[in-house]
Design a protein around this ligand. Structure first.
Ligand SMILES: Nc1ncnc2c1ncn2[C@@H]1O[C@H](COP(=O)(O)OP(=O)(O)OP(=O)(O)O)[C@@H](O)[C@H]1O
Ligand SMILES: [Mg+2]
Length: 227
């Protein structure tokens, strides 16, 4: 379980998080929904230890990890798929996977398409394949908590629809999964219903089901889903 309690953070002089409280239980998949600039990336980076909060706490299974450095959080089981995906283009697919974990076999079982590309230089992969690799790298660490920052941005839906069930399965297997997304239309294509938090200007303005949120014109306008 990962929790943020009254998290405040400032980046580049902007109060990007203003008192965010959020919990993702073990075995659940929660969406953090917010339009561009709402604070999703800052939230993920703060939970990962890359941004130091001004105030508030981050808890991993109830233990306060607010002062714990990022590499230690990673070793405690917090894995991140950063916005845009992060890989080493000059390394092969296999070498990339090894930088994440030596036991990357499970990740290949989940993303069998990568198996045929192990010797390929990552710079030769398509955008979709790179994203798949960056997710596989995060998954290969066998995380307890997986934070995904708009992991499907820019991908063809045919690819998204193959990758999303893998994430659902990870959650079903006990991972606490937080998925940041700005695109409500994509969300609706992925799931009939889901637990969501809506973030706006660094504050959680809604917590509940996607179905419920969709009924609110005000929220949908805020998210740019309706005019
Ligand atoms: N390095 C920075 N310097 C200045 N302002 C920043 C910086 N990083 C983020 N911000 C500001 O903080 C706020 C939150 O940004 P953040 O990147 O967390 O939003 P986001 O929800 O991830 O947006 P997007 O959907 O565009 O990825 C925005 O107002 C943004 O302009
Ligand atoms: Mg972002």
């Amino acid at each position: 379980m990962i929790s943020a309690v009254d998290l405040w953070a400032r980046v580049g002089g902007v109060d990007a998080l203003r008192g965010v409280t959020l919990t993702v239980e073990k075995g659940s998949l929660v969406f953090l929904v917010g339009r561009n600039g709402a604070g999703k990336t800052t939230f993920i980076r703060t939970v990962a230890g890359l941004v130091r909060p001004l105030r508030g706490r981050v808890l991993l299974d109830g233990d306060d990890i607010t002062g714990v450095p990022p590499h230690v959080r990673a070793s405690l089981g917090i894995s991140v798929v950063h916005e845009g995906g992060r890989i080493f283009p000059e390394l092969t697919v296999e070498e990339n996977l090894r930088t994440a974990s030596d036991s990357y076999g499970d990740a290949l079982d989940l993303f069998p398409e990568l198996r045929a590309m192990l010797d390929k230089r990552a710079s030769e992969l398509s955008g979709g394949q790179r994203k798949m690799l960056s997710i596989a790298m995060a998954v290969s660490r066998r995380p307890r908590v997986l934070l995904l920052d708009e992991p499907f941005e820019g991908l063809a839906f045919s690819l998204v629809s193959r990758m999303y069930p893998v994430l659902v399965q990870l959650a079903a297997n006990g991972v606490a999964l937080l998925f940041a997304e700005s695109n409500v239309a994509l969300l609706r294509k992925l799931t009939d219903d889901a637990d969501i938090y809506v973030i706006e200007r660094g504050t959680v303005v809604f917590r509940g089901s996607l179905a419920e949120a969709l009924k609110s014109k005000e929220l949908m306008r805020m998210l740019g889903y309706i005019a």
